[in-house]
Design a protein around this ligand. Structure first.
Ligand SMILES: O=C(CO)[C@@H](O)[C@H](O)[C@H](O)[C@H](O)COP(=O)(O)O
Ligand SMILES: [Zn+2]
Length: 192
């Protein structure tokens, strides 16, 4: 079957991305976990956002935290800024697409919140603008990114840069890291 070569190559590429990420993301992941634990214990929340597949990742992760991941337990405060079509269209229409997340961060964010921008390129202007707003307001800024990290190494307090080049591979590691954050938070917070 002609497609079998493609199938095997994609799996191999995925394995390599996951393996490289296990080495390079352990330290930034532990920083993100510590910041998230401190935020939730302090009555703060986690906010997530991104475009396209990363928008889906943001709402996927927020839902695991607020509703359920592995076990039944108390909710963990998290919100995706990608789901309110009224806010997104009004911000896009009235302020510009680059402001769709920044405006929500300014409205909903509090000092001590953890803000996670998800961008494979590290350069999407609406993600960049929201992280700048969050930083100016005293939130902890994290980025799930890839390639060279774009502007995230200097913009985010905690950049998690997946050592892969393609958007799809980077996204596959992003959702793995998101799941790990959910599971580790359940354990660290001792929630039942
Ligand atoms: O999911 C995919 C491709 O796998 C796309 O929807 C992708 O997320 C979109 O092209 C995004 O606009 C890419 O933005 P970014 O990751 O560079 O911030
Ligand atoms: Zn995708």
């Amino acid at each position: 079957m002609a497609s079998m070569g493609y199938f095997l190559e994609e799996f191999e590429d995925h394995f390599q991305a996951v393996q490289a990420a296990r080495e390079s993301l352990a330290v930034p992941f532990s920083k993100l976990l510590a910041a998230s634990v401190a935020a939730i214990r302090g009555g703060n929340k986690i906010m997530l956002f991104g475009n396209g597949g990363s928008a889906a990742d943001a709402q996927h992760i927020a839902t695991e935290l607020t509703i359920r991941y592995i076990k039944d337990r108390a909710p963990i405060a998290a919100i995706a800024l990608t789901t309110d079509s009224s806010a997104l269209t009004a911000a896009g229409n009235d302020l510009g697409f680059d402001e769709i997340f920044a405006r929500q961060v300014a409205a909903l964010g509090k000092p001590g919140d953890v803000v996670i921008g998800i961008t494979t390129s590290g350069t999407s202007p609406n993600v960049v603008a929201a992280l700048k707003t969050a930083r100016a307001m005293g939130m902890v800024t994290a980025a799930f990114t890839g390639r060279d990290g774009g502007v995230m190494p200097t913009l985010a307090d905690i950049p998690l840069i997946v050592p892969a080049q393609s958007t799809r591979r980077i996204q596959e590691v992003h959702i793995l890291i998101g799941h790990l954050l959910c599971g580790a938070l359940e354990t660290e917070l001792g929630l039942v």
